[in-house]
Design a protein. Sequence first.
Length: 189
Amino acid sequence: MPIAEEINPIGPRPVRVFFAIWPDPETQKRLGSVVEQLRLDALCGGRTTKLQNIHLTLVFLGDVDAGRLPALSQVADGIRNSGMSAFDFTIEEIGYWKHNHIVYLAPRELPAELIQLVSILEDGVSNAGFSVERRPYAPHITLMRNALCRNLPELPAPIAWQAREWLLVKSEQTSGGSVYAPVGRWSLE
Ligand code: ATP
Ligand code: MG
C-alpha cells in the first residue's frame, strides 16, 4: 500500500481554484446586459457566461490539494495586512480571441493597483510553493465561450468597476458548465 494512503486514507483531494474580483450588483447588471446583447444578436453563436459567473481572474492556480487551501488563505491574509489599495477601472473594449473562441471585455487602461495586486499574489503563491503560469497577465472578463464571431456588438457605454475586495474561488466542472463558490474574501483599503 502506498505510504500516502496509510497517512491519509482519503488521499489528496484536488480542488480547482483561482483568485478573482467579482463585480458589485450594479456593475454585474451592466456587464450582464452586454452578455444578453451578445445572446440576442446571435452574432457569435457560443455559450454565454451566466450572470453570477461574470468575473475578472487575477491568478489561476488550477488543481491544488484541498489541504493546501489554508496556505493560500495565509498568503492572501499577508497581502491584505500589507494594505493593498482599492481601485477603479473602466471596461471599454469588447474583443474576440480566435485561438480559444472567447468573447471578452477588457479595460483599456490598467490601474497600477491591479497590476500590483496580481504581481504580489503571483509572488506570494509561488513563494508558498504553488505553481502559477507566468505568462503575461491579460485581464479579461469572459462573456462567451465556443464563439465563432464575424461581427461583435458595440459596447453601448464604458462600464465603471470599483474593486473593493478580492476572492479565492473554487471552480467545479459540471455538465452545465463551471460552478464557482467563494472560499475566501479579502478587502482592499
Ligand atoms: P469553463 O472551463 O467551464 O469554460 P471557466 O474557464 O470560467 O469555465 P475555469 O476553467 O475553472 O472555468 O477557470 C476559472 C477562471 O480561471 C476563468 O476566468 C478562466 O479564464 C481562468 N483560467 C482557466 N485556466 C487558466 C489558465 N491556464 N491560465 C490563466 N487563467 C486561466
Ligand atoms: Mg476553463
